[in-house]
Design a binder for this molecule. Structure first.
Ligand code: ADP
Ligand code: MG
Length: 346
């Protein structure tokens, strides 16, 4: 497996500026990011660091996202996941600000990794004479239950199964074919509105679920010679491109959560812990690797194929530059550093 940990530091928000928060995170160039606060002074190294001034386009081009799209077309399982505390810019990085308001279309410059990848995918499909069959599925994991964000009607939990041929898969999950940017963006918006959110101390519309949008890319061979058909050979390749918007990583005590909210926070923390554990085990050299506990959470089961095997993962750790977020920022950077050792360019 290949993992590319990158970091994106968002600008200070108006609220943070008004409150007089200090900017404690600085990019030093060459993938180094420095955190300086009264009693903490630490430098971390990553594949790439995007600071507050980085545009959405710069993140798309500089993170290797374009190569990931190409690898998915070539039949690989590719995954990009955004993680970090609530309000750190995960959804902004993946979808841009348009996710928050559906009345005003976002300016093209602000479109996130998802829309840019769709455009890239559709361009490739057109330049290859439309021989790519594209379909999308969109799920969320809320309190360890899997829900289909594309199916209309009240949310119901779908079973997660395992088979020798398919690995882990979600039974009865909808998969919708699309051929245009408008179609896939509209699926994304409809699904995002169904996501489970709760208001809590850190963000009025915080996502309390992990959302996984998977694009299935099947390439059809144009005119297979008859002998190939007779031999029953399969010429089609199937790759996937999965976008994971992870729920906020903040600890229960810091969010002022109680009751239902603390159950949510506990399942979020548990699955993020399981993910971090799998990633750090996968980062060990093959010979020293023990059993990878994918079964510890629904999230890791769903991501098993992309994390292990020939999967390629792009990890975007999102952080706030504010002094108020020091402990969460350090924990996000430590978490991302666990994947550091598996860095290889595809
Ligand atoms: P999360 O999904 O991690 O909870 P959001 O993506 O919703 O966080 O971001 C929180 C707020 O910060 C939003 O208002 C968003 O528009 C803003 N924001 C996040 N990242 C950036 C950025 N790189 N540039 C400008 N604004 C940003
Ligand atoms: Mg979000």
């Amino acid at each position: 497996p290949h993992a590319h940990p990158t970091v994106r530091v968002r600008p200070l928000t108006c609220t943070e500026t008004r409150r007089g928060d200090q900017q404690i995170v600085h990019s030093l160039g060459d993938g180094a990011v420095h955190v300086s606060a009264a009693r903490h002074d630490a430098t971390f190294g990553f594949s790439a660091v995007f600071d507050a001034g980085a545009s959405q386009e710069a993140v798309f081009e500089g993170s290797g996202m374009r190569q990931l799209v190409e690898l998915a077309i070539d039949g690989f399982s590719c995954t990009v996941f955004a993680f970090g505390q609530t309000g750190s810019g995960k959804t902004y990085t993946l979808m841009g600000p348009l996710a928050q308001s559906d009345t005003q279309p976002a300016s093209p410059a602000l479109l996130g990794l998802m829309q840019r990848s769709f455009t890239c995918l559709l361009e490739q499909s057109r330049s290859r004479g439309s021989d790519l069959a594209l379909s999308a599925s969109y799920l969320e994991i809320y309190n360890e239950q899997i829900r289909d964000l594309l199916s209309p009607g009240p949310p119901c939990a779908l079973p997660l199964r395992w088979s020798k041929t398919r690995g882990f898969y979600v039974e009865n999950q909808l998969s919708v074919e699309f051929e245009s940017l408008e179609a896939i963006v509209s699926l994304l918006l409809q699904g995002s509105q169904r996501r489970r959110t709760s208001a809590h101390a850190l963000n009025r519309h915080s996502s309390r679920s992990h959302a996984l949008l998977t694009i299935h890319v099947r390439s059809r061979a144009h005119h297979p010679p008859t002998w190939v058909l007779q031999a029953g050979a399969c010429l089609s390749k199937q790759g996937t491109l999965c976008f994971v918007d992870l729920a906020g990583s903040e600890r229960v005590k810091e969010t002022g959560s109680s009751g239902e909210l603390s159950v949510e926070a506990n399942s979020i923390n548990r699955s993020l812990l399981a993910l971090g554990h799998c990633i750090s085990l996968l980062a060990k050299p093959r010979g020293k690797r023990t059993h990878i506990p994918y079964r510890d959470s629904k999230l890791t089961r769903l991501l098993a194929r992309s994390l292990g095997g020939s999967g390629i993962t792009l990890m975007v750790a999102c952080i706030s530059p504010s002094s108020h977020c020091l402990s969460e920022t350090l924990s996000t950077l430590h978490y991302a550093s666990r994947a550091r050792r598996v860095t290889t360019r595809p």
